[in-house]
Design a protein around this ligand. Structure first.
Ligand code: NAP
Length: 252
């Protein structure tokens, strides 16, 4: 297969939660493959923008809080106006709340579901309306090991990421014939702010490392190749797939 299958030159991508962690890793990887990137988040992604400019691509900062669906349509129109189109959406922004199921609060339920699932759906809807008009596009949702497994003390996170898996397949079913590929990446244990508490917990850290066949935490850069693949022509016949990038965790 020629490298041109993975070439994103001339493409425009939106990446949510792009100031840090997995979102930053994916945004930079897409830019290295040739795409211009709209960096969406409640914190400006200046560091990510610098890395994108360093590889000669454009970066547009879009300040938006995805704890509600209110900014979704504006994100899509701003990205289009600033960068001249929309080909790729990466729904990466996400949060986690930890507590025993017996003590889990409604606020910890709603905040995680609203950000991780509800905004993901309505931003995808806004983007898909444009992609349908333009003849197609790629949507990549960031799922989790807890799309497949139950986890512990993270009730709303498990519910939201299991929902992301279901929605990825539903949207693929509805939009494949409209030229839109909807797929997901399920990261394993990746060293970011999201997992800082786990990394700091000596016992849990040792348990996690002992179960990962690759014997290390993943790095945000480990997700870049999967994101480029699912954004590219190489994935034109890939629909509704949830690609684990997990150091072998699910195979164990
Ligand atoms: P992270 O470093 O905490 O990054 C989360 C990103 O989401 C940040 O940019 C954050 O912005 C943004 N975000 C959170 N709430 C938002 C809101 N209301 N509006 C806009 N942006 C918001 O964590 P990460 O590990 O890179 O997580 C990225 C995605 O990967 C999440 O969906 C997470 O569930 C998923 N994931 C992570 C792992 C892992 O092991 N790390 C594994 C599986 C799945 P701020 O910086 O402003 O908070």
């Amino acid at each position: 297969m020629s490298n041109s299958y993975f070439d994103l030159t001339g493409k425009v991508a939106i990446v949510t939660g792009a100031n840090t962690g997995i979102g930053q890793g994916i945004a930079v990887a897409l830019a290295e493959a040739g795409a211009d990137i709209a960096l969406v988040g409640r914190t400006d992604a200046n560091e990510t923008a610098e890395k994108i400019h360093a590889v000669g691509r454009k970066a547009e900062l879009i300040r938006a809080d995805l704890s509600t669906t209110e900014p979704c349509e504006n994100i899509v129109s701003t990205a289009q106006d600033a960068l001249g189109g929309l080909d790729i959406l990466v729904n990466n922004a996400g949060i986690i709340r930890r507590n025993d199921a017996l003590d889990f609060t409604e606020d910890d339920w709603d905040s995680v579901m609203d950000t991780n699932l509800k905004s993901l759906f309505f931003l995808s809807q806004a983007a898909a309306k444009v992609m349908v008009e333009n003849g197609g596009g790629k949507i990549i949702n960031i799922a989790s090991m807890l799309t497949f497994q139950g986890g512990i003390r993270v009730a709303s996170y498990t519910a939201s990421k299991s929902g992301v898996g279901g929605l990825t397949k539903l949207l693929a079913n509805e939009w494949a014939a409209r030229g839109i590929n909807v797929n997901a990446i399920a990261p394993g244990y990746i060293a970011t702010n999201n997992t800082a508490a786990l990394q700091a917990d000596e016992q849990r850290n040792a348990e996690i490392l002992g179960r990962i066949p690759a014997s290390r935490w993943g790095d945000p850069d480990d997700l870049g190749g999967a994101a480029v693949f699912l954004s590219s022509d190489a994935a034109n016949y890939v629909h509704g797939h949830i690609l684990a990038v997990d150091g072998g965790w699910l195979a164990r």
